[in-house]
Design a protein. Sequence first.
Length: 188
Amino acid sequence: GFGLGQPQVLTRYMSAASPDEAQGAKWIYIGFVQYTWIVMTLFGVLLKGVMPGLKDGETGLAAFFSAYMPPVLTGVIIADIFATIAATSNSLMVAMAQTLRYDLMGARRDGRGSDLLIPTTVIGLGTMALSLVIAGNVVTIALASVSILGAGLAPSVMARILGWRHSPASILASIVVGAGAAIAWKVA
């Protein structure tokens, strides 16, 4: 879970010059994640005592700074939250565009990034349109996304691990059918 759980880290793995470089960065990442999670957990526990009436824990940081800190500092914190969201979105779009262009469409890497412009733009516009339609908070969206991802990937992973006969087309079909079934289940 420490390597591929964050899209920012996944894109760093994809851009590492060698496996040794990626391995060397692993311990820096693990230390950073542990420090971050410990601080976030302590802040959340303390925030529950300071602001017990907070309805949504996801808005806790912004609500705390809005209530107890000067406006300039609140603006910096809120800008940081949006920067983090933008970095995650950017990393996801780049990873999806690379997968679409190089893995699914079979294009060769030639060192230029210009051939990623169209897939990245299409994926970006598609996700923006999808975000306007989806209702819910981060927790409900994350849980739904994980279940859809699991339904899409589980059959193909099982086929690979168990050594069942498969082709790239059958793997892609299992991903599309599995994710489609999970989406249909959620909608119904």
